[in-house]
Design a protein around this ligand. Structure first.
Ligand SMILES: Cc1ncc(COP(=O)(O)O)c(C=O)c1O
Length: 410
């Protein structure tokens, strides 16, 4: 019997621990715990009736095709619907610019596999999406992070990093950003910064990976052009866009898409061929129907109102529960599903997580959102899943828990 399995694993995977927050979620089984941890859209926003209708029709009319292998790049009906979906956001693409993925996480995986050798550098915000970190980690890159500003990536900080890496003959392979209502901070990148980031990308020849799951979830303020659209306005070719239907429609179907220059998309499609072959046709058909016949624009307006109200309730409760003297601060997002909380430095939110469970409330400790050198006094809060009443109760519980930790640490 083979005993030393771990030594036989590939070097890329031997030290790989997967998604550490998934393991924390396993501790949240007690139904009395109000979890602000996951990034789940609310089932209240699921288009259940529409889904049943379309599903019945597809299974009735197309069952043989649904049960068969299908094209790797994606279903034509979905590709066409994506072209129109992006057109409404001033992004002009054709089929050769799109590969359908089995969700955003798969899109990140394809990007990591395509660009990264062990030791290559990814430039990113601090904090940034933990799922991107774990997807890229499979190729064992190094992360160079710069603290994010209130108006998005610190582009001058990125420039300084690129220049200091250049002194050692190193250059980042790409810059990863979530410009709209970033997961985990809720921060949105200003137009000025988007333009400067593009300038930086052009100046140094470093592509930008723009991850946009929350773009339509704006509750206040004006929509800002995507970096992809801005790039196209002046020639294009510097940006790869990453999208998922998980938040806008539903995460269960696991469908998304990547867009970019044909060469990149072709290479990603080849990787997909060796990796999952096709994304299930049924799932793609449901997403195509979402884009074309389930009242998407109305659905987006409904989501904006629903999540926007929850965010407002949560922000108001935070004001009440955390008086200034507690030294707790948080972001005030204009959209998305998350906000970012910073607690006094003496508190380690990993330890606080276990304490908070006793107070029947949960969040994600912030350290998982850093590619390197984590800030341990931070946490991500999700406000989309819990009800408004639960959100208010949860903020109260969190305040009580933090207060008790502060009095313990004197
Ligand atoms: C910024 C970002 N990118 C990608 C993903 C992954 O999306 P999916 O659930 O479709 O794999 C998420 C999910 O939370 C996300 O927040």
């Amino acid at each position: 019997m083979i005993q030393d399995w771990n030594n036989r694993f590939s070097e890329n995977i031997r030290e790989y621990g997967g998604y550490s927050i998934g393991k924390l979620f396993a501790l949240l089984k007690d139904p009395e715990i109000i979890s602000l941890a996951g990034g789940l859209p609310s089932p209240d926003m699921f288009l259940i009736h529409e889904m049943r209708l379309v599903s019945g029709r597809v299974l009735e009319e197309d069952i043989e095709k649904v049960m068969q292998y299908t094209p790797i790049k994606g279903e034509k009906v979905l590709l066409d619907a994506i072209v129109r979906f992006l057109d409404r956001d001033n992004i002009r693409v054709t089929d050769e610019n799109i590969v359908v993925t089995s969700s955003g996480q798969h899109g990140l995986d394809l990007t990591g596999r395509l660009f990264l050798n062990p030791g290559d550098i990814v430039l990113l915000d601090r904090p940034t999406f933990a799922g991107a970190i774990v997807a890229f980690q499979m190729q064992r890159p190094e992360f160079a992070g710069v603290d994010i500003d209130e108006d998005g990536s610190n582009v001058e900080g990125f420039r300084a990093k690129i220049e200091s890496l250049g002194k050692d003959n190193k250059k980042p392979k790409f810059i990863y950003v979530v410009p709209d209502f970033q997961n985990p901070s809720g921060i949105t990148m200003s137009l000025k910064k988007r333009l400067s980031l593009l300038d930086l990308s052009r100046e140094y020849g470093i592509p930008i990976l723009e991850d946009s799951p929350y773009r339509d979830f704006r509750y206040r303020g004006e929509t800002i052009s995507s970096i992809y659209a801005l790039d196209q306005e002046s020639g294009g070719g510097n940006v790869i866009g990453l999208y998922t239907f998980s938040k806008l429609f539903c995460p269960g179907l696991r469908v998304g898409f990547n867009i970019g220059p044909p060469e990149v998309i072709e290479a990603m499609t080849n990787i997909k061929e060796g990796n999952i072959l096709n994304t299930p046709k049924y799932n793609q058909d449901m997403c195509a129907a979402f884009l074309t016949e389930m009242g998407m624009e109305e659905h987006i307006l409904k989501c904006r109102k629903y999540y926007g109200e929850k965010l407002e309730v949560f922000l108001k409760t935070m004001e009440k529960c955390f008086p200034e003297e507690m030294g707790v601060t948080w972001t005030k997002p204009e959209g998305g599903l998350f906000l970012w909380v910073t607690v006094p430095e003496q508190i380690d939110t990993h330890e606080l997580f276990y304490e908070a469970i006793k107070y029947k409330v949960a969040f994600v400790p912030g350290d998982v959102f850093f590619g390197e050198n984590p800030k341990r006094n931070t946490m991500r809060i999700n406000f989309s899943f819990a009800s408004k009443e639960q959100l208010a109760t949860a903020a109260g519980r969190l305040a009580e828990c933090i207060r008790s930790q502060l009095s313990l640490s004197g």
